[in-house]
Design a protein around this ligand. Structure first.
Ligand SMILES: [Zn+2]
Ligand SMILES: [Zn+2]
Length: 353
């Protein structure tokens, strides 16, 4: 045998014996054990392979891969410091638990995005001149065409919210804002687009108490209106609240439209700026795994996350409150779709009445 043939043969043997000789169609990856199935791997237990191994993941962020029940405390550092003041106070929760709460005092003025616009001024206006409206799970731009089309949209010829020049009837003063938001709004505001401006609510503050560590209820609390109840669902990291559903039936029944801005918020003279839809505008904390980002806390101290995970799908195991559990985040909620006029359906934890 010639020496060159021998070397060739030798290299063949070595290439079939050792990985790394032929790496043209294989990229080696370090895989970490995910014993508790939360998508996070144990940094201390790994294997190197080209293809993913069963029970292993690429991530190595799991600090507790044993599967113990995780309860996450509220993290006040996630809140914007502008417009939100946080202190600690003793509190008694709705189930009688005596504990500590964070007290949030907020101006309800978001530091992370502008408020408005809400009402376009002419039927020729594009979407940048107005906000949004929500109907049957859908989000609609309130542009000039939407206002022009309202009689057809609602199959009711009484809708005519603009004059012969195409100019839209929009409330103009603070007094209009107060009067048109009244549940018994007068006929003089029929066919008005109602908007209350930030300048009307510069001196408002809101106070919310949230337990530092959530306390799970035996039976979830279903939202109700009236004394001793809470209609507020939670707060965003800018201090703006996720409010009870907007009374769209009463608003439309009075032949008014009170749009939300593109962030899903509008202003009430008493409540200030508040959200009725989570549209992804307010501060969102991306997660290191495939989970949707965090957008705020519910009043029971459990986190609220985006509706969809990074792959664009909603988790399939949500409970009636829109919550579920994982090892990273503990129990938490996924917010409802922006067109539903809703955020979460109930509180799985105790809250401050
Ligand atoms: Zn509202
Ligand atoms: Zn989740």
């Amino acid at each position: 045998m010639k020496i060159s043939s021998f070397v060739f043969l030798l290299s063949l043997i070595f290439c079939t014996s050792f990985s790394g000789c032929d790496n043209t169609n294989c990229t080696e990856t370090t895989w970490y054990l995910d014993a508790d199935g939360d998508g996070l791997g144990d940094p201390d237990v790994s294997q190197i392979a080209c293809d993913q191994l069963a029970g292993y993941v690429e991530n190595s962020d799991d600090t507790d891969d044993s599967g113990g029940v995780v309860t996450k405390a509220v993290d006040p550092a996630l809140f914007l410091t502008s417009g939100v003041t946080i202190t600690t106070e003793p509190c008694t929760l709705s189930d009688g638990t005596v504990t500590s709460c964070y007290k949030f005092v907020t101006t309800s003025v978001p530091a992370d995005h502008d408020m408005g616009p809400w009402c376009p001024t002419n039927i020729s206006d594009d979407a940048s001149a107005g906000g949004i409206w929500i109907e049957n799970g859908e989000v609609y731009d309130v542009d000039g065409a939407f206002v022009q089309n309202m009689a057809s949209f609602y199959s009711d010829s009484k809708w005519l919210m603009y004059d012969s020049n195409g100019d839209i009837y929009v409330t103009e003063t603070e007094a209009d804002c107060i009067a048109a938001a009244n549940p018994n709004v007068g006929v003089e505001y029929e066919n008005f687009c109602v908007e209350c401006l930030p300048a009307y609510v510069t001196s408002i503050t809101q106070t919310y108490y949230i337990p530092i560590s959530p306390v799970e209820l035996a039976t979830p609390y279903t939202f109700a209106m009236g004394p001793g109840t809470t209609s507020v669902r939670g707060i965003a990291f800018n201090g703006v609240r996720f409010d009870a559903p907007a009374p769209t039936g009463a608003i439309l029944g009075a032949y008014t439209l009170a749009p939300f801005d593109d962030a899903g918020g509008h202003i009430n003279h008493n409540a200030g700026y508040h959200y009725h839809a989570a549209t992804g505008v307010s501060t969102t904390y991306e997660q290191t795994d495939s989970h949707g980002g965090m957008i705020g806390y519910a009043l029971d101290g459990y986190g609220i996350y985006e509706q969809l995970d990074k792959d664009g799908t909603e988790p399939t195991d949500l409970d009636a409150c829109r919550g579920h559990y994982d090892q990273v985040r503990g129990y938490h909620y996924h917010v409802a779709a922006p067109g539903t006029n809703s955020f979460i359906n109930c509180l799985n934890g105790a809250y401050v009445k």
